[in-house]
Structures are given as structure tokens and as C-alpha cells.
Design a protein around this ligand. Sequence first.
Ligand code: ATP
Length: 349
Amino acid sequence: MYRVAVIKGDGIGIEVTNAAMEVMRAVTDKIDFVEFEGGIELFKKFGVPIRERDLEEIKKMDAVLFGATSTPFNVPNYKSLILTLRKELNLYANLRIIPDLWRDREIYIVRENSEGLYSGEYEANNSRVVDFRVITREGAEKIARFAIELAKDRNFKEITFVHKANVLRGDRFFRKIVLSLAEREGIKVNEKIVDSFTIELVRKPWQHKVILSENLFGDILSDLASIHAKSIGVIPSGNYGEEIALFEPIHGSAPDIAGKGIVNPIGAVLSGAMLLDYLGLDGWIIWNAVKNYVKKGNLTPDLGGNAMTVDVVNGIISEIDDQEIDPIEWDELWVDEIRINTIPTLFRK
Ligand code: ATP
């Protein structure tokens, strides 16, 4: 049995996490879900976004499923729960999958998640504030390897590496590491300068398969690329460390639609699929079920339909039931679309 920590958070985080668990349970009975409290309500009571003892317990789990929490501006000293978890669990790689669910294609955006301008290192006095853009050899190697292994696993011949090495020393250092690792692994590196690349990402996004960048650039590029998925509600992500990984839809707590039953659960459901892949279980079943469902089923209002969350969840589960495959046939099917949705072996549990 695997043990998965669940932090639903608040707002639509609760609805989408419930949906994801329901779909995951339709695929496997090998997971024990253990729920933990976290986020703004807990902070108001105890002054921390998550309890210390819970954090220690979560560190012993196999993976984390996260919903969404709001990060209010008006609560003094509030520390974001997701940032706390990324730091405490040493989650250095962020993988966001931008899906085109109607045409079976994806963009994988790999962002370094612990260094760069978000390193937290700074110098400040009354007349000058400097945030350090930290790039270490270890950090650069780990994230480069992640992107390269991902490309190899998907049978892609190249990755797109986005940087500003013509100006920034840190990116020159990062670039050398990426180029040498990629060469060793037989992967071509398509280099792009970040500013002009934004236009390309708007106009011709799908020609890029795996996009690799440092923290701040990756943050901006992954938000920009999200427009190609048609709704923020369908985009899943994973945050990977060496010991554990955390999976979450990219959307926030969206209080404007919380509790109305109309939230799109697909981003959370696909995050659940990424989690299953990470554990070596059958995430591809969920991916295929979601793709089959969206092509014919009624969709939630963000995608122009009038379905309720529960309709989409039931529709996906009935697609899963229709996929019940005799294990003997799996090898044949593996060759086609199914392999596309696995996670690189290097980053499996
Ligand atoms: P937060 O403050 O937690 O970031 P937010 O509302 O500012 O929350 P998001 O939740 O990321 O930001 O999303 C912005 C808007 O997109 C929401 O207000 C909502 O209308 C829509 N949205 C986000 N997620 C979904 C979803 N899963 N299904 C449908 N609509 C969504």
C-alpha cells in the first residue's frame, strides 16, 4: 500500500481534491489517503500554515495531493502553505503539463523551483535592496537531468532551453551544464532567449515539447503557456524532490465559484494521474479517460458547457470502466498513446 498525504486547502481546493481522489480510487485500491489540515484557516488559529507534527508525518509519506489555498494580502505575516511545503520537502523541480485535450498533445514545462531569484537570499539597507539570483552547479544539473530524462522517456529528440545567457552570468553557467548533459544523453538543445521566446510561445506553442528554464523565467512562461489549455481548470502539475513529490492543479482557490458545484475538476484529476505515474501505478488510464470524455461529454462552464463537477467526475469514471483491459493486452497498447503519459523512470518512487 502507498500512503498519500492529502491537503485539500480551501475554496475550490476541497471540491477538486475530492474529485481527484474519487477518480484515483476508480483506478487503484493501492493507496491510503491520509488527510492533513493546512492553509489560511489554520494560520488564523495557530499562526502557522501547517502544524509542525503534520509536516514531519507528511515527510514520511510516498506523495502529496494538494488542492488549493488562498494567499490573502491582508493577513499579517502569512506564510504561503505551498511555498512552505516546497521548501520543507525540498521540491526542486516543477513540471506543469499544458494539455490540448482535444488533439492529444502536450507541452511539458520544467521549471527549477528552489534557486534563481526566489532563492530568498538578499542584501538590504536603507538605500539599496539586492535579491540574489542563485544558480548552483548541483541545482542546474538536477533540473537539466530532469528535463532530459523526461524528453527521453517521451521519445522526444530535443528540449527547448530558455535563458538570457547573452546578459546573465548565471545563465551562462546554467547553459554550459545543460548543453554538456544533453550532448552526453544524445538530446538536442533548442536554445531560445527568453524575451523573444514569449512571442513564439504565444504564436506557435505546440512545436515545443519540453521547455526548460530557471525559476523566474519558468514561472512567467508557464503562466503564459496556460492560455493554450483553454481553461486554467484543466492544467495539472507536479513538484518533485528526491524523497517525495507533490501534485496540484495550477489554479488557485477561486472563491468566486467555490461551493456552486460547477468547478472544473480536470486539472486536479490529471494531477492525480501524475501522482499515480510517480508511484508506478496506472496514471495513463486517467489521461485516456479524460481525453475520451472531453471529446464527447458535457463540460463545465469554464469550457463553454453547463455540466456540474459531479457530471464530469462520473463521466471520467465511466470512461475508466469502459477501458477495463485484460492485463495480457497491455503490452500491445503500451506502444501507442499510453506510454506518452508516464513519468521519467528516474523520478519514479
Ligand atoms: P487564489 O487567490 O487562490 O489564487 P484566484 O481566484 O485569484 O484564487 P485562480 O483560482 O487561479 O485565482 O483562478 C482565477 C479564476 O479562474 C477564478 O476566479 C475562476 O473563475 C477561474 N477558475 C480557476 N480554477 C477553475 C476551475 N478549476 N474551474 C473553473 N474555473 C476556474
